[in-house]
Design a protein around this ligand. Structure first.
Ligand SMILES: Nc1ncnc2c1ncn2[C@@H]1O[C@H](COP(=O)(O)OP(=O)(O)OP(=O)(O)O)[C@@H](O)[C@H]1O
Ligand SMILES: [Mg+2]
Length: 383
């Protein structure tokens, strides 16, 4: 969240957010304005799993309470740092709760707006695949957000540059994470009313709980989706390089399908273990989608796309099907991408098909010579 660069040429850890189009075609009300004006029953419905609306208010905290919880924001409590600020592990004595505390950089108006959107969105939206906001602090110019603590960190930490103490994610866990993240997005798109466009889907915003249960986090960029006749909302282009749908990057026209594109990029990262953008690779391989597109056309090349860290331990059929879903999500034409509900159906099926590497050893990657001609066909990706 939060940190914005006006240049989109570099993308180091801190330069990943961008604004590419400063002038939206038409002025639209900001999400915070719209959120605050919506009255029940039109209000964004919380619609928890049972379909009931439950607007759970976030608690307010005094700054000193959060300073005490994080041992004065001591370095040993630091969990990570994003564009928005640092995140600390903390312990709230009053409720006997371990939490994650995000301390915002003093980012002026934009940072404050994102803080407000995050608090409003997460006070209204509740789903097992969305991170819970416990409370916030707006004390003087201090802005802090208090979330449930997610013990396994972000998906990013488990896919890329893995530290030696972490085990490589197996195929079943990858499918579980993909299906859960898709369900979180389905809730925002199809269950919340009006729909919510997340706008910041990426591996570092998928946090993992016990048993690798995934939850989407960071709603500061989220937008209320189009209502009535409108097919899109127009907005400044913001997001993270490598995850932004091409039509959104070029025109600022934001639709639910922009999120589906970002989801496709995340799914490709999950399958291939590659980063959305990796400057350490050769030019042709720096952009994950650009690298994957030609490979989607030839089934014989699919096994080359599997993460080498899986060491051939994946179901061949499952790999093909997961790649087919990813290929559809990252199509250039937004109307050719599936709705998120169809993605959930496909990935829930894949997650339910448990792969056992001992019972189903995979000879796929060595099977290419005998592959029947039919297998030459690729995934029908429209370009
Ligand atoms: N609720 C949480 N529980 C545990 N760890 C968390 C939690 N929230 C964030 N973190 C950790 O802090 C890191 C930084 O998170 P943050 O959302 O600030 O930045 P980011 O997602 O990496 O980047 P960006 O600012 O672009 O969204 C995460 O990668 C994660 O490891
Ligand atoms: Mg984040």
């Amino acid at each position: 969240m939060g940190w914005i660069s006006c240049s989109c040429t570099g993308f180091s850890k801190k330069k990943k957010k961008m604004i590419m189009n400063q002038n939206p075609p038409e002025r639209v009300k900001s999400t915070s304005e719209r959120l605050m004006k919506i009255d029940s029953p039109q209000r964004v419905k919380a619609a928890s799993e049972n379909g009931k609306s439950d607007n759970i208010a976030a608690q307010t905290f005094a700054f000193r309470e959060l300073a005490a919880a994080s041992k004065n924001f001591r370095a040993e409590c630091l969990l990570g740092e994003g564009g928005f600020g640092k995140v600390y592990k903390g312990y709230l004595e009053s409720t006997n709760q371990v939490v994650a505390i995000k301390q915002l950089n003093r980012n002026g108006l934009q940072g404050n707006r994102e803080f407000l959107v995050e608090v409003l969105m997460l006070s209204l939206l509740h789903h097992p695949n969305l991170v819970k906001l416990i409370g916030y602090c707006a004390d003087g110019d201090q802005r802090l957000l208090v979330y449930e603590y997610m013990p396994l960190g972000s998906l990013d930490d488990h896919l890329h540059d893995i530290s030696p103490d972490k085990k490589v994610l197996d195929w079943n866990t990858r499918m579980k994470i993909a299906a859960g993240a898709a369900k979180g997005l389905e809730y925002l798109h199809d269950k919340a009313s009006p729909p919510v466009i997340y706008r910041d889907l990426k591996c570092s915003n998928i946090l993992l709980g016990k048993g690798y249960h995934p939850k989407l986090s960071d709603f500061g960029l989220a937008k209320l989706g189009p209502v009535g006749e409108n097919s899109h909302v127009s907005t400044r282009v913001m997001g993270t390089y490598g995850y932004c749908a091409p039509e959104y990057a070029m025109t600022g026209q934001l639709t639910l399908k922009s999120d589906v594109y970002s989801f496709g990029v995340v799914l490709l990262e999950i399958i291939t273990g590659r980063k959305a953008i990796d400057e350490s690779k050769s030019k042709a391989e720096q952009n994950l989608v650009a690298w994957a597109r030609p490979l989607f056309k030839d089934r014989r090349k699919f096994t080359r796309m599997a993460d080498p860290m899986l060491q051939d331990q994946y179901p061949r059929r499952g790999l093909f099907q997961a790649l087919a879903v990813a290929a559809m999500c990252v199509q250039e034409q937004p109307n050719m991408r599936p709705g998120i509900a169809d993605v959930v159906t496909a990935l829930s099926y894949l997650a339910s098909q448990k792969y056992d590497p001992i019972a189903q050893p995979n000879q796929s990657s060595r099977a290419a010579p005998g592959t029947p001609p039919r297998a030459k066909r690729g995934i029908g990706v429209q370009r």
